[in-house]
Design a protein around this ligand. Structure first.
Ligand code: ZN
Length: 380
């Protein structure tokens, strides 16, 4: 038997592997030593035999509630990800698998490697609609990629979509694949119309270092980027400092920050109703957007989610709150499940890359429903 995670996005520590029914594993902590939950490794053993892989520190992970009703993602061909039988006893997470091939990859969710990110950016750049800008680099020296889609013009809205501030939330970048593919499809009439009304600024991966290092939540310096928006610094959180500066230059009329939630088996939107300067217009637009998204894609729902912050109680170091407060625009955090969508479950795959892509596409329907009513800073 053989276990490795020494690759892009990998994360596991193997404590002992001599007993096939008790392969003892631990998840390595994020840079900064605070968070851990993301795992991704390759397991090589004998086809046809059964194994029990036990993650012994699962009970101490950042979100133990995330293991309830959770099933690990598994793939033989590195393309199709299915769910493997998984159990949690309050302490140890056990993944039981009978191998169909000599090698299987196991992960917290279908991984999204930096190689795939590079492929995504390259394929977007084949479109004449897209421009690439690299506002700067991460602490590990990786490029921070910002795509601009469509040409600026009078009356056009500035629409920002960012993903993967939390690198272990790989569903966020699968979502971006769907959103970008639709936006760049010149045969899609809704996308064409949106590009007449708006310029899109898209950051498919806000945290390349955390992604490559196999972190759940932090960048190379141990910063949780979604708590850095009030005071980002080039030393600790250059990813946020650089993108926030670009936002000041373009203005922001719409902002969507794409995430994944460990515990809740739902797709939902966290609003910014706790910001001090909340307007009725922001509230109305948020509710209209959510309703339109639910209409466009029944994997999304409006019932379950985070409790609303009381007015004035929002954490302004979080991206969507910070931007809603600073730009007075529609800003939201979209959460997808690691587990599955409980209202529309899929036994084989759970929540999956393909469903993420489709939800990404559907967000353009929701945007189309509100775009005329967005506040317009470019009209000045
Ligand atoms: Zn997140």
């Amino acid at each position: 038997m053989h276990i490795t995670s020494d690759f892009d996005g990998g994360n596991i520590i193997c404590r002992a592997q001599h007993d096939p029914q008790n392969i003892r594993l631990e998840i390595r902590k994020d840079s900064g030593d605070e968070f851990f939950q993301w795992f991704y490794f390759r397991f090589v053993a004998e086809k046809g035999k059964s194994y029990s892989l036990r993650i012994e520190n699962a009970g101490d992970a950042s979100y133990p509630a995330g293991w309830k009703d959770y099933r690990a993602a598994a793939s033989y061909d590195r393309k199709t990800w299915f769910r493997a039988p998984t159990a949690f006893d309050g302490k140890v997470l056990s993944i039981d698998i009978t191998l169909a091939c000599d090698s299987v990859y196991l992960a917290y969710f279908a991984p999204y490697a930096m190689e795939r990110h590079a492929d995504l950016i390259a394929s977007c750049l084949e479109s004449p609609l897209v421009r690439l800008e690299v506002p700067g680099r991460s602490l590990d020296g990786q490029d921070l990629d910002l795509l601009t889609i469509g040409a600026p013009g009078a009356g056009k809205r500035s629409c920002w979509v960012i993903a993967r501030q939390h690198p272990g939330e790989t569903m966020a970048e699968w979502f971006m694949e769907g959103l970008l593919a639709r936006l760049l499809d010149t045969r899609d009439p809704l996308a064409r119309k949106l590009l007449e009304q708006a310029v899109f600024y898209v950051v498919p991966n806000m945290n390349p270092d955390g992604s490559r290092r196999g972190n759940l939540r932090t960048n190379a310096a141990g910063a949780n980027l979604n708590r850095e928006w009030d005071q980002p610094s080039m030393e600790r959180s250059p990813e946020v400092a650089l993108i926030r500066q670009k936002m000041v230059e373009t203005g922001v009329d719409f902002f969507l920050d794409v995430h994944g939630d460990e515990a809740l088996p739902y797709n939902f939107i966290a609003s910014t109703f706790g910001i001090p300067s909340l307007t009725d217009h922001q509230k109305e637009l948020t509710n209209a957007y959510k309703a339109a998204l639910q209409q466009a894609n029944p994997d999304f729902q409006c019932e379950k989610g985070y409790p609303e912050n009381a007015l004035g109680k929002a954490n302004l170091s979080m991206a969507s709150n910070h931007i809603a407060e600073r730009f007075g625009c529609l800003a939201m955090t979209l959460e997808q499940p690691f587990k599955d969508s409980a209202i529309t479950p899929n036994a084989e795959e759970g929540w999956s890359p393909e469903r993420c892509r489709k939800l990404g596409r559907s967000n353009l329907d929701a945007l189309a429903a509100v775009i005329e009513r967005l506040r317009n800073t470019n009209g000045h």
